[in-house]
Design a protein around this ligand. Structure first.
Ligand code: NDP
Length: 247
């Protein structure tokens, strides 16, 4: 697919990697539109880059349906969805400290399942519905993570990211009959605010395990998004961009 003039919807694009994808899509001649949950970030994006955005909580079915209905009415169906919104809420599964034993909090479980799994499902479903309805041969790019393989403290996050991978394969198989391609990227540790939240001593240990010897840059993930969109023979697969790190 040639990016020029294409409609791109990016979830969680108000900051972090999603924002970088939006800016790079604009620079490549596409028409990015961002959805996110904090108005200030959308306002800053608009002021600094001219990119439009709207508040959308990707976990709410009726709101996601309404957004894609109105977006398609205003712009035509999205040609490209970058399913990027994702959160972490880490905890140990069981933690014993002295006589005290704590369990993985249900609230952490539900929060992450809602955004990273249900949100990805809903946005892909609505984007694909409008692509099929208007006979557009679109592309869906899901953002997974190397934590998909299972990572300490990330029962919830790892479970959602491996589900993102299996949905990518399933949708790749199901939607190819309509000319829609679906790919995913499993980034390693990238230089973002999400990673900046990690304690420095823990981060130093993580970097020691990355064969490339450093964090990835957002641009390196953005290039992988572009590759998936532009390569018409790519579908139903996950690209790992992780500096060689294995979890
Ligand atoms: P950020 O937290 O910087 O950005 C995620 C954005 O999604 C934020 O703007 C966030 O809003 C928004 N968001 C959260 N919940 C919702 C919701 N319910 N509906 C809509 N938007 C929402 O994350 P990153 O840029 O670091 O990560 C982007 C993606 O990449 C995620 O899927 C993440 O799992 C994945 N990833 C990140 C890695 C990294 O190293 N950073 C590594 C591997 C994968 P708010 O501002 O309120 O937080």
């Amino acid at each position: 697919m040639d990016l020029a003039g294409k409609n791109v919807v990016i979830t969680g694009g108000g900051r972090g990697m999603g924002r970088k994808f939006a800016v790079d899509m604009k620079n490549a001649g596409a028409n990015p539109f961002v959805v996110d949950v904090i108005q200030e970030n959308l306002d800053a994006l608009k002021a600094e880059t001219g990119i439009d955005g709207k508040i959308l909580d990707v976990t709410k079915e009726s709101e996601v349906e309404a957004f894609f209905n109105s977006y398609s009415a205003d712009h035509g169906a999205a040609d490209i969805l970058i399913n990027n919104a994702g959160i972490t809420a880490d905890a140990l599964f069981i933690r014993k400290k002295g006589d005290d034993i704590t369990k993985f909090p249900m609230s952490n479980w539900e929060k992450v399942i809602n955004v990273n799994l249900t949100g990805v499902f809903l946005c892909a479903r609505e984007a694909a519905y409008h692509m099929v309805k208007s006979d557009k041969k679109g592309v869906i790019v899901n953002i997974s993570s190397i934590s998909r393989a299972g990572n300490l403290g990330q029962t919830n996050y790892s479970a959602t990211k491996s589900a993102v991978d299996s949905m990518t394969v399933t949708w790749g198989k199901e939607l190819s009959r309509y000319g829609i391609r679906v790919g995913a990227i499993a980034p390693g540790y990238i230089n973002t605010e999400m990673v900046a939240k990690i304690r420095q001593d823990v981060l130093d240990k993580i970097i020691q395990q990355i064969p490339a010897g450093r964090l990835g840059e957002m641009e390196e993930i953005s290039k992988a998004v572009k590759f998936i969109v532009e390569n018409d023979f790519f579908t139903g697969r996950v690209i790992e961009v992780d500096g060689g790190m294995r979890i």
